[in-house]
Design a protein around this ligand. Structure first.
Ligand code: SER
Length: 871
């Protein structure tokens, strides 16, 4: 009996559950607080701190089916996806983890039992091979003596090119972080492939498929390339769900497993193609998974970082849709079938289905425009190309300035037999990245390796020591007057911008030094204070008295607490579909973005404002508590679904009204907020609404400003507070009346003018020509006149002009039958030159304006001759 992908996923989790593992939910695709990773790319990412011994959980064994993305970062396979039998952007990684609990023997035995036991996956033992790290005798022995795999099917694999810790059998998370030797299990598909060299595992072999990687986490890789032992020995395993399913379903490609077969069937229906083996279908099937889950985890298409990866993947999918022949916007229609085929994992997408669809739809519509423009530019470049290779500079320019994705440039060039200078492009790109990196602290190994203790919930000033000084990302020993730098302290009361809350400002001093902090940022576990030395010289190891700008911090805290009240109030008034999509909290106002499908009406806005103000008047106590994530969730704490949270989280409670996970700073009681006022409600993108609001003094100022505005308007229209509505209404009606009268007058005037104009018409070589000047007539009237005249004559050349506000306006119009000889655009250009102006338009209608009013008469006089020579 063939097992479905869903059944296989569940079986894996059940197996480890019976072995005492806690089934932990997949974390977000966006790793929180980990600057070294763009996307979650393995099951271990959510446990990184546990491996490092920086965090403890109340369980020692866990199992997960983790959503992963491997594109855009270190593992950049986008080009290959869809064209090979097993590359994907998005996949699920099944894993079991031991945190200082079992180690090699149990990990290997569990894997063997699950793979081979009749009760579980029941794979033939003789088809399984394994690899171990060259020097890992212990694992070799376990496989050989305890499990009983023949020696010849256990391969030792050493370091690549002799580079220590760089081996297929030494797994590392990145350039730094947890790592260790690993053992991998391969499945022999017994293909008719004559390939039996021991190195087969290091190649992309079609016969031997790697199905499971078991890592023995033992070390922490340092930025300088050395390793330090970890406090506990752990296990991290990873098995691609799609791969093991292909093996268990006896198919050659992961695109042939039930999940993809069903998804591709739905795509065929939506796109209406008849070639079901077309590779573009695999591309689209892969990409709809990647894009939907990325959007569900909070990414939106943009030109930077994660948003840009998402944009590229959407664009690649859309282009493959176009290659299959669809002209319609289609990609968003695949979200519903995806939810269906992903079964229990699809449930995660359901609440956001409409949102995901809208984002995809809008992006595809927008991309159609970029595609048109980009292709035109590329056409031009290729037409002017000397030789047959498009330069790296050009590819970069198309990408950087015009947003035309590199893989599309590559696709188009491939289709038209042009080469692209990929190396050149990478060089230009790297140069630009390096420039950006040098100015930044993110990804800086010096910063990744330190941490700062935040003390700012309870105190705003303290004595502390400087632990790192950076200028443009480079470490320095000291900084002097006028220099801008980022300072890292051992302890700090300064809040580093995060969770939407702005970073603190303030001052560092001691006897001889003054350093002004203009911003504070969080880089992983470190807090960086960006500022300028005002007095003296600041050195590494200096002891300082540091204090936060109290007034500013207080204002920020008012806005942060008010944001929580607003969030709960919105859910009360609009419904529980309201989820936070982003926020920005500073000392002047707060901004809150949330999911909601329509603009709010004034009653709803009022209701939300009233509820928040009521909570302020109730003067509720604000408390915080650290607890574990599952307890927090049980208590109903709202969390940003797109964030990864630590095991222990800070829960912020405002009386009985709001409970949220939050690391920010807040008021002690809601009464401190004083007053809350919504300033605007707008939209930022499809289905995301944005509220801007103010609190405290700023709210009061807002109210004063509005009342002053009202007074001024009242004064202007000679009304007072009591009759301002009535007066405004009367005024509007009066204006409408005047407009109607004006329109009537215009029409009458046109009728009269037309009579006169008909008389003025002359004939040049059997063609009617009308040239006339008016005094002070607006463009709209001139155009109406032209329409009427064209209707009357059927065939005519018209030039009308007027002088208003010391400027010449000219319109030329030609009926369709004459445009091949008399082009209105050329005619107007010849006149524009004469009146010192500029003009343009279409061949049947064009207009110009100029500054030389004196020259108008002679310009108009020239028309007859101009026409005469062209007829
Ligand atoms: N972290 C290892 C991998 O990604 C095992 O899960 O292969």
């Amino acid at each position: 009996m063939i097992q479905t992908t869903s059944e296989i996923r569940q079986k894996f989790l059940n197996f480890f559950y019976t072995k005492g593992h806690l089934v932990v939910a997949s974390s977000s695709l966006i790793p929180n607080n980990d600057q070294s990773l763009l996307f979650t790319n393995a099951g271990m990412v959510q446990f990184k701190e546990v491996f490092l011994g920086q965090e403890r959980r109340n369980y020692k064994r866990a199992t997960t089916a983790q959503r992963c993305i491997r594109t855009g970062g270190k593992h950049n396979d986008l080009e290959k996806v869809g064209y090979t039998t097993r590359h994907h952007t998005f996949f699920e990684m099944l894993g079991n983890f031991s945190f200082g609990d079992y180690f090699k023997k149990e990990a290997i035995s569990y894997a063997w039992e699950l793979l081979t036991s009749e009760r579980w996956f029941n794979l033939p033992k003789e088809r399984l091979w394994c690899t171990v790290y060259e020097t890992d005798d212990e694992s070799f022995k376990i496989w050989a003596d305890y499990i009983g795999i023949p020696y010849e099917r256990i391969i030792r694999i050493g370091n690549n090119n002799g580079n220590i810790y760089s081996s297929d059998n030494f797994w590392r998370m990145g350039d730094t972080g947890p790592c260790g030797p690993c053992t991998e299990i391969f499945y022999d598909r017994e293909f008719d492939i004559d390939d039996s060299s021991p190195n087969i595992f290091q190649k992309d072999s079609d016969r031997y498929i790697e199905i499971w990687n078991i890592v023995f986490m033992q070390f922490n890789l340092q930025a300088n390339g050395t390793i330090k032992p970890l406090p506990i020995k752990s296990v991290d395993t990873g098995m691609g769900l799609e791969r093991i399913t292909a093996v268990l379903q006896h198919v050659n490609s992961t695109y042939e497993i039930d999940l993809f077969v069903n998804l591709i069937k739905s795509i065929i229906k939506v796109i209406d193609v008849d070639n079901s083996t077309n590779k573009s279908l695999s591309v689209i099937a892969d990409h709809i998974r990647c894009c939907s889950f990325l959007i569900a985890d909070g990414v939106i298409p943009s030109n930077e970082n994660r948003g840009y990866v998402l944009r590229r993947v959407i664009r690649r999918a859309v282009r493959h849709g176009r290659l299959l022949g669809t002209k319609e916007v289609f990609f968003y229609k695949l979200v519903a079938p995806l939810i269906y085929v992903m079964d229990s994992v699809g449930e995660y997408l359901k609440p956001q289905q409409v949102y995901i669809e809208n984002i995809l739809k809008k992006e595809e519509e927008q991309f159609d425009k970029t595609l048109e423009r980009g292709l035109a530019l590329l056409d031009e470049e290729l037409a002017n190309l000397k030789g047959n290779t498009l330069s790296g500079e050009t590819i970069f320019r198309l990408y950087d300035t015009f947003g035309f994705p590199v893989d599309l440039t590559a696709d188009v060039c491939r289709e038209r037999n042009f080469k692209i200078d990929e190396t050149g492009f990478r060089e230009v790109m790297n140069r630009q990245r390096k420039r950006a990196r040098e100015a930044s602290c993110f990804n800086n190994p010096l910063v990744i390796n330190i941490s700062s203790v935040f003390k700012g919930y309870n105190c705003l000033s303290l004595h502390t020591t400087v632990q790192l000084l950076l200028i443009n990302g480079q470490q320095v020993e000291k900084i002097t007057v006028g220099q801008e730098a980022t300072v890292f302290l051992v302890e700090t009361p300064f809040y580093g911008a995060s969770g939407g809350q702005l970073g603190d400002t303030g001052i560092f001093t001691n006897k001889n030094i003054e350093f002004n902090v203009i911003d504070t940022k969080k880089y992983g576990k470190a807090i960086g204070h960006i500022g300028i030395v005002k007095i003296g010289q600041l050195c590494l190891g200096d002891h300082l008295y540091v204090h936060v700008n109290k007034i500013r911090r207080k204002r920020i805290s008012l806005n942060h607490s008010a944001t929580h009240l607003l969030h709960s109030a919105l859910r009360q008034v609009l419904g529980s579909h309201v989820v936070q999509k982003g926020s920005s909290i500073n000392d002047k106002y707060l901004r809150f973005d949330f999911l909601h499908f329509h603009a709010m009406n004034p009653q709803e806005i009022r209701k939300v404002e009233d509820i928040v103000n009521l909570q302020i008047r109730r003067n509720l106590t604000v408390t915080s508590e650290i607890m574990d994530l599952s307890t927090a969730k049980k208590k109903g704490a709202m969390a940003l679904f797109s964030e990864k949270y630590d095991q222990h989280v800070r829960v912020l409670k405002i009386g009985d009204f709001s409970i949220e996970l939050c690391g920010g700073t807040h008021v002690r009681r809601t009464g401190d907020i004083g007053i809350f006022r919504i300033r605007s409600e707008t939209s930022t993108s499809v289905d995301v609404r944005r509220i801007e609001a103010v609190t405290g003094e700023y709210a009061l100022e807002e109210i004063h400003a509005q009342s002053q505005q009202l007074q001024e308007i009242a004064h202007l229209i000679k009304a007072n507070r009591n009759n301002i509505n009535k007066k405004t209404y009367e005024l509007v009606n009066y204006i409408r009346l005047l407009e109607k009268e004006l329109q009537l007058l215009r029409e009458q005037r046109i009728k009269q003018e037309i009579k006169l104009l008909i008389k003025k018409t002359i004939t040049v070589q059997n063609t009617k020509l009308l040239v006339s000047e008016f005094i002070n007539v607006d463009l709209k009237t001139l155009r109406l006149l032209i329409d009427d005249l064209k209707n009357k004559f059927g065939s005519v050349i018209i030039v009308l002009a007027t002088i208003t506000k010391n400027k010449v306006l000219l319109i030329a119009s030609v009926t369709q039958d004459l445009i091949d000889r008399i082009n209105a655009c050329e005619l107007i250009t010849s006149l524009a030159v004469q009146v010192d102006g500029k003009g343009g338009g279409r061949s049947d209608m064009a207009q110009a304006s100029g500054t030389n009013t004196q020259a108008l008469a002679s310009a108009l006089a020239s028309v007859k001759e101009w026409v005469n020579t062209r007829l």
